[in-house]
Design a protein around this ligand. Structure first.
Ligand code: RM4
Ligand code: MN
Ligand code: MN
Length: 432
């Protein structure tokens, strides 16, 4: 039996078994919301339109600098990664998009890859350049990224990074992508190692060349991160630097917020609101973190923060702030313990739940509380929504699109991982 047929069987048998329980749960929440003057159908309709891109590099097991443990059945090439995304999409109906990372997903046959994407129905989302890994360059040390890529004092390294990014845009264009995400590892470990202002100038100059290569309709996303791999300073270290770079480049440069790329206790929802205010919110890398760039499952550590971020999105949408550009929603995670597909399913579920909860906020009540300087009232409206169990709304949106009522258990029931492990064996996927 094919893997697709296995998934279909599992989804259908689960739908038969769980239909009555789900109907009761959905009726319950629908009545409850209607009583509060909130239309459940509006929420279900909005949820069915959300699309969350899967990162190609999270489909294999992640590693740390202390080791990496391969799991059976990791995808061996880009086609198998796309096949895994298609499996995820079949279950969730919210993940029909893959975010590629070059050169990890390099191909000599973009046409063939585009055809495979079309065959599986998966869209090529924002594409990532990689100027943080090098390979040996013994004959050309000045072109190495050792001392930085677009910010390097050596012209050869900067030119190489620019060429790489322009090449990634060309590949992305051939595959139907519409955005380049630039995360830079550029930075220093030692005070005085480089000039902060010089590095920023060189970064903006180099990225301006990349920006000039953007095709019609494309965006360039700048992704900030405070530290790692550089531990004294990073060139694009926070949302301020990111906004500054984006504004220096032009209107199609926007900022990408990776939830794990902030110093502890940063108010990420406020950062999101600032970027919305400036019309520069490009997109997200969803994950969760306790200490640093932990790349843990979205919503697993700080679900209230995720809810508050989604609340800003719902609010911005209501105010028409995304008319010109809606933020791209992506996951950026890494897992040493879990099955990567199960992790993506859980992250997706967490985002959908937080989004649905954000939509159940009584906006009129919140507006009144704010207008009356009533902080307790404002807190009540937010927490009332956060504590509402909206899972039946998420399930209903998925059910109507033909997805699984419960993606994780349908995935396990299907035996997908065992089937691909049999075919693929025990081989490490490309990626982190
Ligand atoms: C970085 C950053 C980027 C991702 C790489 C793999 O920390 O989050 O978005 O491309 O990791
Ligand atoms: Mn990221
Ligand atoms: Mn990261």
């Amino acid at each position: 039996m094919s893997e697709t047929a296995r998934l279909t069987d599992a989804i259908e048998s689960q739908r038969r078994d769980d239909a009555a329980a789900h109907e009761a749960d959905f009726a319950h929440i629908a009545t409850k919301l209607s009583r509060r003057g909130i239309d459940p159908e509006t929420i279900v309709a909005r949820l069915s339109k959300l699309r969350i891109a899967v990162p190609s590099w999270a489909l294999g097991a992640g590693g740390t600098r202390f080791g990496r443990f391969t799991q059976a059945g990791e995808p061996r090439d880009i086609n198998e990664k796309i096949a895994d995304v298609a499996a995820i999409e079949k279950l969730t109906r919210a993940n029909g998009e893959i975010s590629l990372h070059i050169p990890w997903d390099r191909t000599d046959d973009p046409k063939g890859l585009r055809a495979y994407l079309a065959e599986t129905g998966i869209v090529c989302g924002p594409i990532n350049s990689n100027t943080f890994q090098d390979g040996e360059r013994p004959n050309d040390p000045r072109a190495s990224y050792r001392f930085g890529s677009v910010s390097n004092v050596w012209e050869e390294a900067r030119a190489r990074a620019v060429d790489h990014m322009v090449g990634v845009i060309a590949l992305g264009h051939a595959l139907g992508s519409q955005a380049l995400t630039v995360w830079l590892s550029d930075g220093t470990n030692h005070p005085g190692q480089h000039s902060f202002r010089g590095a920023l100038d060189r970064t903006i100059d180099s990225l301006a060349k990349v920006y000039a290569a953007l095709p019609e309709g494309w965006s360039l996303y700048t992704e900030h991160k405070p530290f790692e791999p550089a531990f004294y300073s990073s060139v694009n270290f926070d949302w301020g630097a990111s906004l500054l770079i984006a504004r220096s480049l032009g209107p199609r440069a926007r900022c990408l917020v990776d939830l794990g790329h902030h110093l502890p206790n940063a108010n990420i929802e406020q950062i999101v609101a600032m970027l919305v205010h400036q019309g520069r919110l490009g997109g997200f890398h969803f994950n969760d973190s306790k200490y640093g760039d932990d790349d843990l499952t979205t919503g697993s550590i700080q679900p209230y923060q995720l809810f508050l971020i989604c609340r800003e999105l719902v609010d911005a949408e209501r105010d028409g702030a995304f008319a010109a550009h809606a933020p791209d929603l992506m996951i950026d995670a890494s897992h040493n313990f879990k099955d990567p597909i199960e992790d993506v399913l859980q992250s997706t579920e967490a985002i959908l739940i937080a989004y649905a909860q954000a939509m159940t906020v009584d906006a009129a009540k919140l507006d009144t509380a704010r207008a009356e300087n009533d902080p307790a009232g404002a807190q009540e409206s937010l927490q009332d929504a956060f504590r509402t169990d909206v899972r039946a709304l998420v399930r209903e949106a998925r059910r109507r699109k033909g997805g699984a009522l419960d993606p994780i258990s349908a995935f396990r029931l299907s035996g997908y991982r065992q089937a691909v492990a049999h075919k693929r064996g025990f081989q490490q996927a490309t990626g982190l």
